[in-house]
Design a protein around this ligand. Structure first.
Ligand SMILES: [Zn+2]
Length: 230
């Protein structure tokens, strides 16, 4: 298992120390299946980044591999959430193809750790065709998720969407979520008061318990029933 506690000792942006390198690369389900050259580059040039829940972070021209937590990515122009990268996700391949896609802003919904490798070095090493291939394989999946998110925003009401965001966090990170209504509201692009009301209703219903700075999912089945399921 990825040791989040020891990763905390690595401050954001520091090169990965010997102690941290192998664990990080091996523990990412997709990265560990990538060609040896890629894994090696990530070990040599990768940087461990971490973000606290609610912290606003600048994107870099880098490919990222999420080790734990959940990062919401925002398009800087429209300040709309364009992706939720949970444990095991990759992002930023488009930065290897065209730097115009960057910068973006990231908002960790809970404390999150990820490894970043310089996008330009990845494409120099593996070639543009390889990067395009990887990007294309993930682009369809990304596109369908963005479309589903847009439809969800348009059709489903905030209480059901709120339950759905919490459900997604629960599924990747377990029942104890160190996040707040305010962070969820930013990610969803809605008023905090409406997320507050939704979360209070879920608590009344016994789906979760609230305490300062965290939510504990106490009845996942109830949460699922209330979530829109997008
Ligand atoms: Zn929905």
């Amino acid at each position: 298992m990825y040791d989040a506690a020891s990763a905390l000792a690595v401050s954001s942006g520091d090169p990965i120390s010997e102690d941290h390198r192998p664990q990080g690369v091996r523990d990412h389900p997709v990265l560990r299946l990538m060609p040896d050259e890629v894994q090696d580059l990530v070990r040599r040039k990768g940087q461990m980044r971490s973000g606290r829940a609610g912290e606003s972070l600048e994107g870099r021209a880098a490919v990222g591999f999420v080790l734990d937590g959940a990062l919401a990515a925002f398009d800087r122009k429209n300040m709309a959430c364009v992706g939720l990268h949970g444990r095991g996700a990759m992002f930023g391949w488009e930065a290897s193809l065209a730097s115009a896609f960057y910068p973006v802003r990231f908002l960790p919904l809970i404390d999150t750790h990820w490894i970043e490798a310089p996008a330009a070095e990845l494409s120099d090493l593996m070639g543009q065709a390889w990067v395009e291939h990887v990007f294309a394989r993930h682009a369809l999946d990304r596109l369908s998720r963005v479309q589903a998110e847009a439809a969800c925003n348009a059709v489903h009401q905030v209480p059901h969407r709120t339950a759905n965001w919490i459900r997604r966090l629960y599924e990747t990170s377990g029942p104890e979520l160190r996040t707040t209504q305010s962070i969820l509201a930013q990610a969803m692009g809605v008023q905090r008061t409406s997320v507050n009301a939704a979360v209070k209703a879920l608590e009344r219903d016994g789906a979760l318990k609230l305490s300062r700075g965290r939510m504990v999912v106490t009845d996942p089945a109830r949460l699922h029933r209330f979530a829109c399921g997008c």
